[in-house]
Ligand binder design. Structure first.
Ligand SMILES: [Fe+2]
Length: 135
């Protein structure tokens, strides 16, 4: 089962970015599958959350490196959005590890909505510029 599915409307026409967005979605789906199992031992969920956190940072760095390299005019505002999500997923990981929060479907909804909104908004905006720079 999938919680979120790739759709071509999410394409920013940069293969590396699209592939990373697809991978990000696959981690959300992996988390969903794990949550749907009756018994889902905490270490299993924790491992996927860690993967999600690491991949979030890795993916954002890919974009931010290009922004720096090509001096993208909106780089600061875009990076600010990334930093906001970074802070939220770091907090989620730490709160979950310390038993302060549960990971449930509302977390998946939040991540999915954030991702889709970010792709269709801010990521689409850099697309023509970075394509013109042959990234
Ligand atoms: Fe982005």
């Amino acid at each position: 089962m999938s919680f979120i599915e790739w759709d071509d409307k999410y394409s920013v026409n940069i293969t590396k970015v699209d592939d990373q967005h697809k991978h990000f979605m696959s981690i959300i789906n992996k988390l969903y599958d794990a949550l749907m199992v009756d018994q889902h031992p905490k270490p299993v969920i924790e491992k996927i959350v860690n993967e999600l956190v690491d991949y979030t940072d890795y993916h954002f760095k890919t974009e931010e490196n290009w922004f720096e390299q090509h001096n993208y005019s909106d780089k600061e505002a875009h990076k600010q959005q990334h930093d906001n999500l970074r802070a939220q997923v770091y907090k989620l990981r730490d709160d979950f590890a310390a038993n302060r929060v549960e990971i449930d479907l509302s977390v998946l909804s939040f991540l999915t909505e954030w991702l889709v909104e970010h792709i269709l908004g801010s990521d689409m905006e850099y697309s023509p510029y970075l394509i013109s720079k042959n990234v």
